[in-house]
Ligand binder design. Structure first.
Ligand SMILES: Nc1nc2c(ncn2[C@@H]2O[C@H](COP(=O)(O)OP(=O)(O)OP(=O)(O)O)[C@@H](O)[C@H]2O)c(=O)[nH]1
Ligand SMILES: [Mg+2]
Length: 225
């Protein structure tokens, strides 16, 4: 019985996610989702990323949490539209929540939409939100085995970001082994190591985002021509 209900909920979510995907395509929005365990540095990555943009950038953020609007308050300092989605206990965002908050935010493309998911490596990976790309963050304090323990999200993500690399001298963590484990699960996954504290690796991250945005724009131009 529980399985039947779960399947129904997921198929309704898939329908709404398809609507979001269509909307992103029509409005030329690049939507990237950030997924990680609690505290791996999703909001810190967004803070430094937003700080690197000029006011002319078309960018918005939806950030999910079970409780509090702490992350939205942190991100609002950079002058771009930001909205907190408080799930009130649910461990993931679903497509309905994203659609509703996107309407309230009033963000229209073309542009870049970041969605920070509720900190969790399990539940968020099953919910399609219509995004262009999923990005999984792993911090150097979490252990190299996480891609093997939580393969679902590493399998679905286009990019793995190793975060908090400034802490590497203080922890026992082997980045090569973490990447090797991620590529056992998903051989084609892209990889960037960075620190939101020092900014190391940010050039590579911003370049990755630009390249993806360019690819999406070219695909949209090819469809409309
Ligand atoms: N040293 C160091 N600390 C970091 C870095 N990035 C984030 N932190 C710290 O790690 C803690 C958690 O960072 P957040 O950005 O809030 O992590 P999060 O993934 O958004 O957390 P949730 O939204 O609660 O899941 C904070 O104390 C940050 O200051 C980093 O690159 N280096
Ligand atoms: Mg956060």
């Amino acid at each position: 019985m529980r399985e039947v209900i779960e399947k129904k909920v997921l198929s309704e979510n898939d329908r709404l996610a398809a609507e979001l995907r269509q909307r992103y395509r029509e409005q030329n929005i690049l939507c990237v989702n950030l997924i990680s365990s609690p505290g791996s540095g999703k909001t810190a990555l967004l803070e430094r990323t937003l700080a690197s943009f000029t006011p002319a950038h078309s960018v918005a953020v939806l950030t999910g949490d079970i409780q509090t609007d702490n992350d939205a308050r942190r991100l609002a300092h950079y002058g771009f539209p930001v909205r907190q989605i408080v799930t009130g206990g649910t461990c993931h965002l679903d497509a309905r929540m994203v659609g509703r908050h996107l309407n309230e935010l009033g963000f229209r493309g073309p542009g870049l939409l970041f969605v920070e998911k509720v900190g969790n490596l399990v539940c968020p990976s099953s919910y399609d939100l219509g995004e262009t790309a999923k990005i999984v963050l792993l911090s150097v304090t979490e252990g190299e085995d996480k891609p093997l323990k939580y393969p679902g999200i590493f399998h679905r993500a286009s990019l793995m970001i190793l975060t908090k690399t400034d802490l590497l001298p203080h922890v026992e963590f082997n980045p090569d082994l973490a990447l090797e484990n991620a590529r056992k699960v998903h051989p084609g996954i892209d990889y960037i190591a960075l620190s939101s504290r020092t900014g190391d690796g940010f050039d590579q991250w911003l370049h990755w985002l630009n390249a993806l945005q360019h690819k999406v724009q070219q695909a949209a131009a090819a469809i409309s021509s």
